[in-house]
Structures are given as C-alpha cells and as structure tokens.
Design a protein around this ligand. Structure first.
Ligand code: ZN
Ligand code: ZN
Length: 383
C-alpha cells in the first residue's frame, strides 16, 4: 500500500513535471498575436487586421509599438508604384516602442527600454556590404514590410501593436526624448543624414537642398548642424520663411529665373529630394569641380530625369542613396538627440489612415503623419 502510494506520487510528480516542461517550452516558442491595420489589396484603403508575429527567438526583441510614422514609401508600396505588393500588407518602417521581451542572447536592450526599428529587419551578416555596416545594400536584406522573411512568410510593418525583430536591427532610444518625433528619424532621418556624412560635410561647405518637403526639412537641419552654409531650392514660395527660420543662408524659388542667376559652380554638394521629373543638369552645373548631386527622391519610372553628359564636366558626380546602415542609424539618432533635430509631425489615430493616405497622394500633408498606437484600442472612436 505504502509502496503503491509512493509510486502514485512519483507518477503524479512526473506527470506534473512533464506538464510544466511542456508549458514552458510552448511559452518559449509561442507565436505572438498582433493586431494592426492592413491594406488587403492594392490601394489606399486600410482595415483592422489580426495576424501572428514569429515567436521571440534567442536574438530577438519583442517591441510594443507606441508610434509609427507614415512615409511616402508606404503610399508607393500599397499602390504598387514600384513593384507588385504582398497583401494583406501592414506598412510602416518608422517604428518606436517599448521593449516587452528579449531573447536570451540579447544584450543591447532590456525590457522597459525604448527602442526603434527602421526600414530593414534582417541581412545576411556575412557579405561585403554587411561587413562594411551597409546592410541596406546586402543582397539578402529583409525589408520591414512587403518583403519575405527568412522563413518565407511576409514581413509586416509598424501600423500594428507589436513587432519581433532581430536585435541587430533594433536601436535603443534614450529616455526623455519626444518619441513621436523620433519615429520618422528611422527613415527620413537616416536617409538624409547618411549622404551628408558620406560626403564628409564640414563647417563652411556650401550645401544645397533641392526639394523642401519632409526629407528636405531633415537634410537642411543636419547640414546646418554640421556647419554647412545651406541654400534651399523649391518651387513653393510659401516655404521661403520656414527655410530661412531653420537657418538656411538662401532660399531659391526655382520658378523665378532671376533667382537662379550666378549660382553656377557654387556648391560642394547638392541633396535632391525631388520626386518627379526635373532638370538635374541645371543642378549639376551649380556644382563646383568634384561636386556631387545625391538623388534621394525616386521619381516613378516614366518620369526618370535625363542627365545631359556635358553637365557632368568637371568631375561632377551624381548618384542615388538608400537609407543607411544600422551602425550609422545609431550614430544618426545620437546626433539628432544631441542637436535636437526632429521632424515636424502631426499625430493621428490609426482609424484616420485612409484620410492621411489621401492627403499624401494629393500632396496636402503639411507634416509627417505619425500614428499614435494607443488609438488601436479605441474601437468606438468617432471618425
Ligand atoms: Zn520611408
Ligand atoms: Zn549581407
């Protein structure tokens, strides 16, 4: 009897132990249920969408998203302007949130930290570009959304409540910073910061910024903080005052021919954010010998600008640039916080996505839209 009792207890413990072990193993590999807003087909219409994130792996970070910026690229992706999209599509690659869980190998952030994620979530880690910390040019980069993850499932972006990302693509954000204005730095910030650094902009350089929208706003602020004398080109007279207020030395309204006189051979570097067909040759002629025009705006294929070969004479160069690597993204964040360089933003609830995209498409957005993710819980919000 006694023996039988012990045997029963032993079996009971064994059974209980198995349940415990199984539960913790399941917890470890449990997929994360997420909710957000998705475009179900190509177009500018978003609906609430529930989906799964992968389980938090040993090198992964689970982030509860607080803010997500809306980038012009998001509009191009849902509209399939550049290539066919993967739907349902949850866009968003300007992500800021709080770390909720970390895998056992994660060292750079801990639970409770603020953290950000930008345009990419994975690269091979071994190729020449990865070794140079330029993961954005790795042939195996996984983009934050509208891309296939290493396990073949579509990646989904920041218009959602949670994201699971490899530690290498997570950036720790310091305390006491305006999180809603930090979010767009992970795309608009690094996109403009990187070419200024690559071209070693320094005090006294003559830098031009063509196109004074969201990217132009950031480029002007960074270049001024690096000590450059900045001239802004735009076609919209109403932007003159804000360019001068930021500290530009000159604003040129390209529609006014008189303002273009005497500008040839005067700039070391020109950052162009113009997203439509325009006269690149005119800007190239404004460069000094060995000057460079960097193209950041990507016009649709049928609006690609022509570049007259003669305008390149004098070893003038033109190239296009894509975001920046993760090391440089961390440096950009540190530089932005130290110099208080942030974009102007308008906070919106997620239920207003359709309206925001309509405004983006019509060029009516005055500032960078940033989604406040708290609004996701607000099922009955009055639209
Ligand atoms: Zn972007
Ligand atoms: Zn690589």
């Amino acid at each position: 009897m006694n023996h039988q009792f012990h045997q029963t207890m032993f079996l009971a413990f064994l059974f209980f132990g198995i349940i415990l072990t199984t539960t913790s193993a399941q917890e470890h590999s449990a997929k994360i249920s997420a909710q957000g807003y998705a475009a179900m087909t190509a177009g500018r219409h978003f609906v609430p969408y529930e989906f799964e994130r992968r389980a938090v792996g040993e090198s992964d970070v689970l982030i509860e998203i607080l803010y997500a910026g809306i980038c012009h690229t998001d509009l191009h992706q849902v509209m399939e302007d550049w290539r066919k999209g993967i739907f349902p599509m949850v866009p968003g690659h300007e992500i800021v949130g709080r770390v909720a869980q970390t895998g056992k190998n994660v060292q750079s952030v801990k639970v409770g930290d603020y953290a950000g994620v930008g345009c990419m979530v994975h690269s091979c880690g071994e190729c020449e570009q990865c070794r140079k910390h330029e993961e954005q040019y790795c042939p195996q980069t996984v983009w934050t959304y509208n891309s296939l993850d290493t396990n073949g499932t579509p990646s989904q972006g920041g218009y959602s409540d949670k994201i699971v990302v490899d530690e290498n693509f997570v950036v720790k954000i310091p305390e006491n910073v305006p999180l809603e204005r930090i979010a767009p730095l992970f795309c608009a910030g690094i996109t403009t910061y990187s070419p200024l650094r690559y071209n070693n902009v320094k005090a006294g350089d003559n830098v031009a910024v063509a196109g004074f929208g969201g990217l132009g706003d950031m480029a002007v602020q960074y270049a001024i903080a690096m000590g450059a004398k900045v001239t802004v080109f735009d076609v919209n007279e109403s932007k003159r005052q804000s360019a001068m207020d930021l500290g530009a030395v000159k604003f040129v309204n390209v529609r006014n021919e008189n303002e273009l006189i005497g500008l040839n051979s005067s700039f070391d570097l020109m950052i162009s954010t113009i997203p439509t067909r325009y006269d690149v040759g005119m800007y190239l002629r404004m460069l000094k010998v060995d000057g460079t025009v960097v193209l950041l705006g990507m016009p649709p294929g049928d609006q690609t600008p022509m570049i007259p070969a003669m305008s390149l004479m004098g070893r003038r160069k033109v190239y296009a640039s894509l975001i920046g690597g993760m090391k440089e993204t961390r440096e950009m964040l540190e530089f932005s916080v130290r110099n208080k360089i942030y974009p102007h933003v308008e906070i919106i609830p997620i239920q207003k996505l359709d309206e925001a995209f309509q405004n983006l498409a019509e060029g009516k957005a005055l500032f960078r839209y940033v989604i406040d993710m708290k609004s996701l819980d607000d099922k009955n919000r009055d639209l």
